[in-house]
Design a protein around this ligand. Structure first.
Ligand code: NDP
Length: 470
């Protein structure tokens, strides 16, 4: 079969490849639309890493991942049969030149590598000849601060133009996040209220019941703020707060997300020390039980250095200083080992200002809740009571949205193989995201914000029961 695309995965023996990339590709094969067939047909997956692995073993890895997401047809069988593995060191010029010399069709190089070696690999790639049109896909975290992100961008641009660089944030591929575009921009009921005249606050929350899961090597030097808020949750914010792009394409859509993030900064500029009006909070889990699972304290997990004071729960409040959003706090929160994890975007509306006398009972704030997982949409409204029409009660209008047949990484794969960077992060935006979190990271480094504790299985420190924006 003629190879139309080669997907070269550097670091193919790692966790990302097996757990997310290959299943993502499988979901594109199993659940993609007609246009995706062109990306799949003639696709060769070329895994590469320093560790020994035979072609057979690699084909088994690919087959297991594809099978697990229901990719079992002729396309899947062909891709498995064509998959190959090359033992190579991605920092060796000769090894890379050897691989690239044998590549056929449009080339995508996916960096499934530890962030620490990415610059070295890019510099090595600069010494070999890349086929024209090569797409580079890079994972998060993209560098470690605004300055190193700018440096990494400069190195990348020496290899290929910006449109061929995919800075992956798979949250942009989540169907529920993309649904926000439809909800916001296509509904007369919703579009006119999506602003600071009507919205009191916005919360973007992504908690997990999982703990460290053996990823101390990466997580202990990142923590929840970098792992989740700096990347994923700021991207979700950019979609919640953007102006309507003229088109969903790499130019207009990304310009709209960039405009929002350029206008975003930590609430009032500087994080306060503590107290109910703190604009950032951090905490770390102690031993506890999540569901039926017993979890050790984070500090005693293998590979963790407790003196780093890495947080497993982070919260920060930012402002989006645009005409639409000035004055509205956006609270971002993510934590691990949370007993009842919340994954949602919540818009709380301002009170109406006047309620006719004679309507009694509690009025609750209207809220629009976009469930990211499970995929739901709820309008929380105050309506007349079931028994007494003049007594007010809260009612929820909820709909469950069918999950997309594509996983978030399926959407990532569609973008990289189709050479469409709409849902990847533009270089300047990657730098902006570091700029936004820098005051919080600095305050935490200085010890200005105490590291609190919460038991695994709880909802966070008990003192956090109040809302940070109140
Ligand atoms: P791993 O730590 O598992 O590393 C991937 C592979 O990189 C290893 O199997 C190893 O393969 C190779 N490697 C490791 N060190 C070196 C080195 N010094 N020189 C050359 N190659 C090396 O990473 P993950 O798969 O977990 O993640 C890859 C990327 O994806 C990272 O940037 C991560 O932040 C990001 N990411 C990961 C997620 C996850 O859930 N795993 C989620 C989202 C993003 P070999 O020894 O065979 O060369």
């Amino acid at each position: 079969m003629t190879t139309s695309h080669t997907l070269l995965i550097l670091g193919a023996s790692g966790d990302l490849t097996e757990r997310l990339l290959l299943p993502g590709l499988g979901s594109l094969i199993a659940g993609g639309v007609e246009a995706d067939k062109e990306l799949i047909s003639g696709l060769r997956i070329l895994g590469s890493g320093r560790s020994e692995r035979s072609r057979d073993e690699w084909q088994k890895t690919v087959a297991t991942a594809l099978d697990a997401v229901g990719a079992k047809g002729a396309d899947a069988r062909q891709i498995i049969a064509d998959a190959d593995y090359v033992v190579a060191d991605p920092t060796s010029k000769d090894d890379l030149a050897g691989i690239l010399g044998g590549v056929e069709g449009a080339l995508v190089i996916y960096f499934a590598l530890p962030p620490a070696i990415v610059v070295k690999v890019i510099d090595t790639l600069a010494k070999v000849e890349l086929p024209g049109g090569t797409v580079l896909a890079l994972e998060k975290p993209f560098a470690s601060d605004a300055r190193s992100a700018a440096t990494l961008n400069r190195h990348l641009l020496k290899l290929v133009p910006e449109e061929q660089i995919h800075r992956v944030d798979h949250f942009l591929g989540m169907s529920t996040v993309l649904n926000i575009l439809g909800l916001r921009f296509v509904n007369r009921l919703v579009e006119p209220i999506w602003n600071n005249q009507n919205v009191e606050k916005v919360e973007i929350i992504y908690d997990e019941d999982l703990g460290l899961e053996g990823r101390a090597g990466y997580y202990d030097s990142s923590g929840a703020l970098i792992d989740m808020l700096q990347s994923h949750l700021l991207q979700v914010l950019s979609i919640v707060a953007m102006e309507a792009p003229t088109r969903i394409d790499p130019v207009d859509f990304r310009a709209a997300t960039a405009a929002v993030l350029r206008a975003t900064s930590v609430w009032s500029g500087v994080p306060q020390l503590q107290g109910t009006d703190a604009v950032s909070r951090r905490a770390r889990y102690t031993a506890g039980t999540v569901g039926t699972r017993k979890m050790p304290s984070y500090a005693s997990e293998e590979g963790v250095d407790p003196s780093r004071e890495t947080e497993t729960l982070a919260e920060m409040v930012v402002s989006v200083d645009t005409r639409r959003w000035a004055g509205v706090p956006f609270a971002l929160r993510s934590g691990k080992a949370i007993g009842e994890p919340v994954k949602q975007v919540v818009l709380t509306l301002k009170p109406v200002g006047f309620v006719p006398a004679g309507l009694t009972g509690a009025q609750s704030r209207e809220r629009l809740v976009i469930g990211l997982k499970p995929e739901t949409l709820t309008f929380e409204l105050t309506l007349n009571g079931d028994d007494d029409p003049f007594s007010l009660e809260r009612h929820d209008l909820t709909t469950e949205l069918a999950p997309s047949p594509l996983t978030a990484y399926g959407e990532v794969m569609r973008g990289v193989l189709g050479s469409d960077p709409t849902l990847s992060i533009r270089g300047d935006v990657a730098e902006q995201c570091w700029r936004i979190v820098a005051p919080v990271l600095n305050a935490w480094k200085r010890g200005d914000v105490p590291l609190e504790e919460y038991a695994a299985g709880s909802q966070g420190p008990s003192s956090w029961s109040h809302d940070v924006t109140e």
